[in-house]
Ligand binder design. Structure first.
Ligand code: GLU
Length: 389
């Protein structure tokens, strides 16, 4: 048997990807599966974005490009960050990556080593701690609860900080809970970050998917001191239905960008050149597509949340962003993985066990799917829960 590197035995394969793949395979076998698994918008990429990529292909944008990304895209991102997020990053402060996941992976590789601690609020997006482990660092988990709308408090953050703390991972709107921090809450966290002189990576991939009039506040926009300690991670997958394109980015000071450039220079080189031209169109052309998709998410969220409210024994806080419900199933007498496996085999409804996100009492439902699937899937979930109680 091949002796693999020991680091691989320390990480858990991605459950979101595994369950999504399983649900897809079951569908291909002709099974009537309702998938609430991957956080992947069901919409096709808007036409004008595809056309821009096709045009780039026809124009011969098919060669190697700069490892940091096309200058035009970095300028468009810089412009977007100034206009939408009130943060000043020039093109030199931006690196284009193969998606939000790759952004975070390379960032963590550039920053974290043995002995470093990274603070991650629980529930977390499942890849954060695995990336930290792969880089040799230590994740320090801080548990948040439904009672607190799954938000970390400044006191909790302060308590978790040690001399070894290097980075705090902040994600608002949050995957998997849909929690969105208010400006006051972010200000209070920023104060702790500045007082203790640590770094924060703000994962803002869901910033455009917000409900009920809440707004997104980019932590680095609050003042110069927090800006210096902030790294923004984002991408095009969620807002523009571009999951398969694999285009993301990091905005940070040039020292961090140059370190990431070195990593990319020896691993992936540039992101697919013509795909970057689609991303430019996404930012520079009409934003109506984002609003149209949001309309659908609003309807789906409303239906799915009401359905959960009408089922006894389960509950979840109302999400204000992203496209997930994080549902407490603790009174069902099953741990989250068993619950999800039984639900999939008995009722053909695919969901993600909360254990993947560091909370074994809950399951995650994604409503980035069509209304028919949502209606059918919620009926089946209701039937399944009734059968358990
Ligand atoms: N971020 C999405 C999710 O949480 C896609 C899957 C993944 O990359 O893990 O479902």
């Amino acid at each position: 048997m091949t002796k693999l590197a020991s680091r691989i035995s320390q990480v858990i394969p991605s459950i979101t990807l595994a369950i999504s793949a399983k649900a897809k395979a079951m569908k291909e076998q002709g099974l009537d599966v309702c998938s609430f698994s991957a956080g992947e918008p069901d919409f096709d990429t808007p036409q004008h974005i595809k056309l821009a990529a096709k045009k780039a292909l026809d124009e011969g944008k098919t060669k190697y490009g700069a490892a940091v990304g096309e200058l035009g895209l970095r300028q468009a991102i810089s412009h977007k960050l100034k206009n939408d997020n009130y943060v000043n990053y020039s093109a030199e402060n931006i690196i284009v990556t193969n998606g939000g996941k790759h952004s975070l992976f390379n960032l963590i590789f550039a920053l974290i080593e043995a002995g470093d601690e990274v603070i991650i609020p629980t529930p977390y997006w499942l890849s954060y701690p695995e990336m930290v482990t792969l880089a040799g660092g230590k994740s320090v988990f801080v548990e948040t609860t439904a009672e607190n709308s799954y938000k970390i408090t400044p006191a909790q953050l302060q308590e978790a900080i040690t001399a070894k703390t290097k980075l705090f991972v902040f994600n608002s709107p949050s995957n998997p809970t849909g929690a969105v921090y208010t400006k006051d809450e972010i200000e209070a966290l920023a104060k702790v970050i500045v007082d203790n002189d640590i770094l924060v990576v703000s994962d803002e991939i869901y910033e455009k998917i917000l409900y009920d009039g809440v707004t997104h506040v980019s932590i680095g926009s609050l003042n110069e001191e927090i800006f210096k300690r902030t790294i923004i991670s984002s991408g095009f997958a969620k807002a523009y239905a571009m999951t398969g394109w694999r285009v993301g980015y990091i905005a940070a000071d040039t020292q961090i960008i140059n370190a990431m450039k070195t990593i990319q220079g020896h691993s992936t080189s540039n992101v697919c050149t013509f795909a970057q031209y689609g991303a430019i169109a996404a930012l520079e052309q009409s934003q109506e597509c984002v609003a149209t998709m949001l309309e659908s998410f609003i309807e789906r969220r409303k239906y799915m949340f009401s359905a959960i409210e009408s089922i006894s024994h389960v509950s979840c806080p109302l999400p204000y962003g992203a496209f997930y419900l994080f549902v407490d199933i603790s009174s069902m007498g099953l741990k989250s993985l068993d619950f999800c496996e039984k639900l999939l085999s008995e009722e053909k409804v695919a969901t993600i066990p909360g254990v993947a996100f560091g909370n074994d009492d809950c399951i995650r439902l994604s409503y980035a799917t069509d209304m028919n699937t949502i209606k059918k899937g919620m009926d089946r979930l209701n039937k399944f829960i009734t059968s358990l109680t």
